[in-house]
Design a protein around this ligand. Structure first.
Ligand code: AMP
Length: 310
């Protein structure tokens, strides 16, 4: 069914970002925030997460104005989750300086009754036990996407192994793929991970693009080349949001739609990095997205099959 809603579960946060261009504090962030902003350009979103008393209501009303149902955002007594990161001068890597779970520490996702039949589910990077709790509450989604991180790969291998058997698509970066499989070669790591459950797998490689694996084989989508590159925070989550938003819009989960969705994910990731926090992403219009997709197509279009000349 076209124009299907996407259920997105994950963190809503305040981020403190130490960038080469300066330090930016109290930036509204969180994986679910980035994914929801990106997905809502293409499809209706149903958001589930938790915020504290300090989280601005205006952020939630802006999300609602974009077609994002925030009925699943719990308002807890306390402070919102906070993450502080410092980026390398070339923005190619970062270190986490501080993570304050705050209201996230006691978060147990409660999926509103009206969200339970969502055909597409994106499980943002949260504790795998909570990701499993979400899956126990939803009714037969068409496709379940999940993200995870090194922390859960090392501390919760059993729960993660269980999660693998219950999802359709895992989205991780190359370092996480190596940690999860224990295999350095990316193609071998991908094959190993797919054997553990998810029939589809995406391995993100930052500015070097992303690989998609399914039964039809491997597929590559480059990152869109940019002149202005300010802040990579949330690019991966924007990628995942754009990807699932496109699939839900098309209502089709076939491998060709998936391959095209990779380009939408990549385009949304590229908008994300053009501003500090989600600033740029929030301003993107459908017209700008359309323009970037055309530029992207031109970038990879060869005008015909690339074959060896006679
Ligand atoms: P990304 O750059 O795509 O990895 O996502 C960055 C976002 O993830 C930031 O906005 C953070 O608030 C959020 N984040 C960082 N650490 C965690 C964590 N342990 N659990 C959930 N969200 C997190």
């Amino acid at each position: 069914m076209k124009n299907s809603p996407v259920l997105i579960v994950g963190s809503l946060a305040f981020d403190d970002l130490e960038m080469p261009s300066g330090t930016f504090e109290d930036v509204v962030g969180g994986a679910a925030t980035y994914s929801s902003i990106a997905a809502s350009l293409l499809s209706p979103v149903r958001l589930v997460g938790v915020v504290g008393k300090d989280f601005p209501e205006s952020v939630l009303s802006d999300l609602r104005a974009r077609g994002c149902d925030t009925a699943g955002v719990e308002h807890a007594d306390g402070k919102t989750f906070r993450w502080r990161g410092r980026y390398a001068p070339d923005l190619g890597s970062r270190e986490t300086l501080d993570t304050q779970l705050n209201v996230f520490a006691d978060f147990r996702p409660k999926i509103p009754a009206s969200f339970k039949s969502s055909p597409f589910v994106l499980l943002g990077n949260i504790h795998p036990a909570l990701q499993l709790e979400v899956l126990a509450q939803v009714e037969k989604p068409k496709l379940v996407f999940a993200d995870t991180m090194n922390l859960w790969i090392s501390t919760e291998p059993k729960l993660l192994a269980e999660l693998m058997t219950k999802i359709d698509l895992l989205v991780i970066n190359d370092e996480e793929a190596r940690d999860l499989s224990g295999i350095h070669n990316i193609l071998k790591a991908a094959a190993d991970i797919r054997k553990r459950g998810p029939s589809r797998l995406i391995i993100k490689r930052g500015e070097h693009g992303a690989l998609y694996f399914d039964d039809a084989g491997a597929f590559f989508a480059p990152a869109y080349p940019l002149e202005e590159f300010l802040d990579p925070t949330g690019a991966g989550d924007s990628f995942a949001g754009g990807l699932v938003g496109y699939i839900a819009k098309m209502g089709d989960t076939g491998h060709q739609t998936m391959r095209r969705a990779m380009y939408f994910g990549s385009a949304l990731g590229s908008f994300c990095v053009e501003g500090i926090g989600p600033r740029r992403l929030l301003e993107v219009t459908r017209g700008e997205l359309d323009k970037r997709m055309k530029a992207f197509t031109a970038l990879v279009e060869t005008g015909g099959p690339v074959v060896l000349p006679e």
